[in-house]
Ligand binder design. Structure first.
Ligand code: HEM
Length: 448
């Protein structure tokens, strides 16, 4: 997961843009933005798919910061494993755990939504509403048994801590995260499929925590918060989706993830030279920063306007597959393993919400959504006079933006400093070179 945004002049946007610049500074001159003057948007896919655009963490100063945010066990997080045997073993298990038949995935999502939405009404923060739901969903994917309350709370607390620190709205709380690690260690024997061979129990727990109880829960909660907020702010799209138009709901999901991609920047470290033309070569060891929001805006008329019709095959002048739209990454270069499952589960949960409530919100909607998506849920059929609640939400949102923006700057600066001090990634690889017979990621060196 990574963060950046297009600056639109409001304080939170300026702060996110400032953070983006900070990230670029951390990587020094190595960081090459894509698209840019050097690599135009028309070559975005080609360069992203290049076999030499394959290094994940080693050699990028930015990695120390991401490892810090993802700890404990960032060296076991699938997203940050370098290509090789260990990566293949881990990716295989993730694929198998996610390969649930469609009907089963839909039934599971429906059941989890039913529990999470019982007794909810009034003002909520959508991300907070979604986290326990996806915590239960991820737990059942991994253990194939109902999620106990204790586990749900540990998972939601872990995921919330990770995403809050990533957005610089809170600091890391390692004890909170390690409580989940300890719980998972105790339960390894009950995982429904064999875990990657050759990993110690601690490494297996870190792997599960990273992919399923951090990334899966955070990404699905963020994506649903964006989707529901979009529906809350576009009543026509909401009504049409509620009426049962599934094709329309799919287009709304696509357009939501185009406007608010969960990844700001995905970076890769080049493992060999990439020749752009006769005179220009990107040397090995460069850090390529693929800018999702910039790619998603390019090639669309009025790119900032919400228009799900862009994904209507009868309206689009290009096949939908060829649009600049990669919410789950690029097929040739480690795409999201949940690219099939996530939209299926999101559609079911959106339906469950729409069958129960009318959604309305007056808050500002940005890609980083540090407000966690304040929204008013009115049970269907209840008398509605949302005016005063929406006026209150608007004022509170503007006020929160100010102090939250300042908090983000202070906490962000502290975490950048702390991450550079700890140098989790750099030290991990340095120690692997010092002890060539110890496999990178073995227990004695695991992140803190
Ligand atoms: C709507 C929800 C989601 C979105 C939009 C999303 C998006 C993405 C994107 C764009 C990437 C690739 C980034 C890159 O090229 O570096 C990625 C990678 C990944 N995602 Fe997701 N994701 C979602 C949900 C999930 C879920 C439910 C899981 C469950 C395990 C998951 C696990 C991963 C993992 C493990 C990777 C790293 C893949 C690798 O390097 O092999 N994601 N995701």
């Amino acid at each position: 997961m990574s963060e950046t945004s297009v600056a639109k002049g409001r304080l939170p946007d300026r702060i996110v843009a400032l953070r983006g610049r900070l990230f670029a500074r951390i990587n020094g001159d190595e960081g090459i933005p894509v698209p840019s003057d050097l690599i135009g948007v028309e070559r975005f896919r080609e360069v992203y798919s290049h076999p030499a655009a394959g290094g994940r963490s080693k050699g990028a100063a930015l990695s120390d910061l991401f490892w810090y945010w993802l700890a404990p066990g960032p060296e076991m997080h699938q997203e940050h494993l370098e290509a090789g045997e260990r990566y293949e073993a881990v990716a295989r298990v993730t694929r198998s755990l996610l390969a649930v038949p469609r009907a089963g995935a839909e039934e599971l999502a429906r059941r989890c939504a039913g529990r999470a939405l019982a007794d909810v009404r009034g003002l909520v923060r959508l991300r907070d509403l979604m986290m326990p739901l996806w915590a239960e969903f991820a737990f059942e994917l991994v253990f194939a048994e109902p999620c106990p309350r204790l586990a749900r709370d540990l998972i939601a607390a872990n995921a919330d801590d990770v995403v809050s620190s990533l957005k610089c709205t809170g600091l890391r709380h390692m004890r909170r995260r390690l409580r989940l690690t300890a719980y998972l260690l105790d339960r390894l024997g009950r995982v429904r499929l064999p875990l990657p061979a050759g990993l110690s129990p601690t490494q297996q727990a870190y792997y599960l925590q990273g992919a399923f109880f951090n990334t899966a829960v955070v990404q699905l909660s963020e994506a649903m918060a964006h989707l529901l907020l979009v529906l809350a702010q576009h009543p026509e799209a909401q009504e049409r989706a509620r009426a049962g138009d599934d094709a329309h709901l799919d287009r709304v999901i696509n357009e939501t993830l185009r406007l608010y991609p969960l990844f700001g920047i995905a970076h890769r470290v080049t493992t060999g030279d990439i020749e752009l033309d006769e005179r220009t070569t990107i040397p090995a060891g460069s850090v390529l920063c693929f800018d999702y929001p910039a790619f998603h805006r390019a090639g669309f008329a009025e790119p900032d306007r919400f228009d799900p019709g862009r994904f209507d095959p009868d309206r689009s002048d290009r096949p939908v597959k060829e649009l600049n739209h990669i919410p789950f990454g690029i097929a040739a270069n480690r795409p999201c393993p949940a690219w099939r499952l996530a939209p299926i589960a999101m559609r079911v949960v959106a339906r469950e919400v729409l069958d129960r409530y009318v959604l309305a919100s007056s808050v500002s909607h940005t890609r980083s959504l540090p407000s966690r998506g304040p929204c008013l849920l009115t049970p269907l059929g209840a008398r509605r006079r949302p005016g005063p609640a929406l006026a209150y939400l608007r004022v509170r949102d503007r006020w929160e933006d100010i102090w939250r923006g300042l908090t983000q700057l202070v906490l962000g600066a502290y975490m950048v400093w702390d991450a550079r001090r700890q140098r989790l990634c750099e030290r991990h690889f340095a120690s692997a070179e010092e002890h060539p017979y110890a496999r990178p990621g073995s227990d004695h060196r695991s992140g803190s």
